[in-house]
Design a protein. Structure first.
Length: 434
C-alpha cells in the first residue's frame, strides 16, 4: 500500500465518527432558511453541501484545506530549480489536509508516473471521432471510455463492504488523474498540430510532462503546474464539482462521475468563460486599431460598453469581494515571464481602469477581476491559440479537486443526493398567494 493511501486510511475513521455524531446529535440544528428565490435562483448560496477540500472565502478567495493560494504556492514542495510547486503535492494536500514532506512528495510523484500510461484503445477511439469534434467532447469521451478499467466496479460486484468503498475509488481516482494530462495533450496534438502526438515521459512530473507532450518549452512547465493547481477546486457548489458529486452519489464510478462533471464544465457559464474573456479583449484591441489603447480611450470604451447594457467579461464574482487570488497568481507569473506581451499590457490596463468604473457605475457587487480575466491570455502567449482547448486544460486541473472529494464522499458514506421538489402552486400557497 502506498504511503498516501496509508495516510488516508489513518484519517478516515476520525472523520466518520465526526459525521455520525453531527447526524445523530445535531441533525435537526438549523443552518440556513431556504427562500423561494433560492429555489428558483439555482440554489445560490444555499448551505446544503459539505466539503473539507476547499472553501471560497469572500475576502481571501479559495482556501485549499485551509491554506490560501499564496500559502499553497509558498509551502508546497517544488522540484529542484522550479518556481511553482508539484501538482502531485497539491493532490496530497487536498486528500490529506497536510503539506507533504520531501519523502511524501517523492512517493506521490512516483505513484503518478507508474499510473500515467493511457490505454491504446483510448487513442484509437479519439482517432475515430471527426476532427471538428469539440475537444471537450473528446476529453469526456476518453474519460468514460476507460470506465472498463474501474477498480470500484470490480470490488463492488465482488461484494466489498461499504466501509471499504473509498479504497477502490482511490485506485480509480489516481489512475484517472495520472492519465488526464496525456489524454489532453494527445487531443491537442492530434486535432491542432497536424496529428503529431508526443508520448508521455515518465521521468517528468505532471506539469513538466504536460508541457513536454504539448511541445512547449520552459517556462510552460511552470505555467502548467500553476494552471492545474489554481483550477483544481472551487467548493462543492460549482457545476463541475456538484455534478461529479451528484453522479458519484449513485455509486457510479469515478469515470462516469468525472465525465459528467466535465460535460458541465464545458458550459459557457462555467469553464468556457476564459475563452470568452480573451475573445472580448482581442475584439477590443481590434476596434482600437489592433493596438493597446491609451487609458482615456479604454475608459471611454468601458463606459460605452456598460451604458449599452453589456458587461465587462472577467470582472465580478458571485462570492468574492476582492481581486481573485487566482488572477493575482497569474498576473505575477505574467509580470515575470511576459511583461511586454501586448495582450497582457491590455489586461493590466483593464485591471487599472475597470474596477473604479464599475464602482462608479454601481451595479456590480464585485468590481474586481476573477480567474477568467487572465488565464487565456498567458496560454495565447505560449502559442496555445485554440480557444476551444482552454477548457480541456481547465478540466485536467478541476479533476484534482472533484475526484479528491469523491474519495471522501465514499469514505464518509455520503448518501445519494435526492432533494425534494415543490410545485409552483405549492410555493404560491406557502407564500399566501390566492
Amino acid at each position: 500500500m502506498s504511503k498516501l493511501k496509508q495516510k488516508l486510511g489513518e484519517k478516515i475513521p476520525e472523520f466518520r465518527d465526526r459525521i455520525v455524531r453531527l447526524m445523530k446529535e445535531y441533525g435537526e440544528t438549523e443552518v440556513d432558511k431556504v427562500h423561494i428565490r433560492q429555489l428558483y435562483g439555482g440554489m445560490r448560496g444555499l448551505k446544503c453541501l459539505t466539503t473539507d477540500i476547499s472553501y471560497l472565502d469572500p475576502q481571501e478567495g479559495i482556501r485549499f484545506r485551509g491554506y490560501t493560494i499564496p500559502e499553497c504556492l509558498k509551502k508546497l514542495p517544488k522540484a529542484k530549480g522550479a518556481e511553482i510547486p508539484y501538482v502531485e503535492g497539491h493532490v496530497y494536500l487536498l486528500l490529506t489536509g497536510e503539506m507533504p514532506s520531501d519523502n511524501d512528495i517523492e512517493d506521490v510523484v512516483e505513484e503518478f508516473k507508474a499510473r500515467s500510461r493511457t490505454p491504446q484503445y483510448v487513442f484509437d477511439l479519439l482517432r475515430t471521432m471527426p476532427r471538428d469534434t469539440h475537444p471537450m467532447s473528446m476529453f469526456s469521451a476518453a474519460i468514460v471510455a476507460m470506465q472498463r478499467e474501474s477498480q470500484f466496479v470490480k470490488a463492488y460486484n465482488a461484494g466489498i463492504s461499504k466501509m471499504e468503498y473509498w479504497k477502490p475509488t482511490y485506485e480509480d481516482v489516481l489512475n484517472l488523474l495520472a492519465k488526464l494530462p496525456e489524454i489532453a495533450a494527445y487531443i491537442y496534438r492530434m486535432k491542432y498540430k497536424a496529428d503529431t502526438p508526443i508520448p508521455t515521459n515518465t521521468d517528468l512530473d505532471m506539469g513538466a510532462n504536460f508541457a513536454h507532450m504539448m511541445d512547449i518549452g520552459h517556462p510552460y512547465d511552470e505555467l502548467s503546474r500553476l494552471y492545474f493547481i489554481l483550477h483544481s477546486d472551487h467548493e462543492s457548489g460549482n457545476v463541475s464539482a456538484h455534478t461529479t458529486h451528484l453522479v458519484g452519489s449513485t455509486l457510479s464510478d469515478a469515470y462516469y462521475a468525472l465525465s459528467a462533471g466535465m460535460n458541465g464544465l464545458a458550459g459557457p457559464l462555467h469553464g468556457l468563460a476564459n475563452q470568452e474573456v480573451l475573445r472580448w479583449i482581442q475584439g477590443v484591441m481590434e476596434k482600437m486599431g489592433n493596438k493597446v489603447p491609451n487609458e482615456d480611450e479604454l475608459k471611454q470604451f468601458v463606459w460605452d460598453t456598460l451604458k449599452s447594457g453589456q458587461v465587462i467579461p472577467g470582472y465580478g464574482h458571485a462570492v468574492l469581494r476582492q481581486t481573485d487570488p487566482r488572477y493575482t497568481a497569474q498576473r505575477d507569473f505574467a509580470l515575470k515571464h511576459l511583461p511586454d506581451d501586448e495582450i497582457f499590457k491590455m489586461v493590466s490596463m483593464l485591471y487599472e481602469v475597470v474596477p473604479p468604473i464599475l464602482k462608479e457605475h454601481g451595479k456590480a457587487k464585485n468590481p474586481w477581476p476573477n480567474v477568467d480575466a487572465h488565464s487565456g491570455v498567458i496560454q495565447w502567449h505560449y502559442g496555445v491559440t485554440e480557444y476551444d482547448f482552454y477548457t480541456v486544460m481547465f478540466g485536467v486541473g478541476r479533476a484534482i479537486g472533484v475526484l479528491s472529494n469523491l474519495i471522501w464522499d465514499r469514505a464518509v458514506g455520503q448518501a445519494i443526493e435526492r432533494p425534494k421538489s415543490l410545485t409552483t402552486s405549492m410555493l404560491e400557497e406557502i407564500a399566501g398567494i390566492k
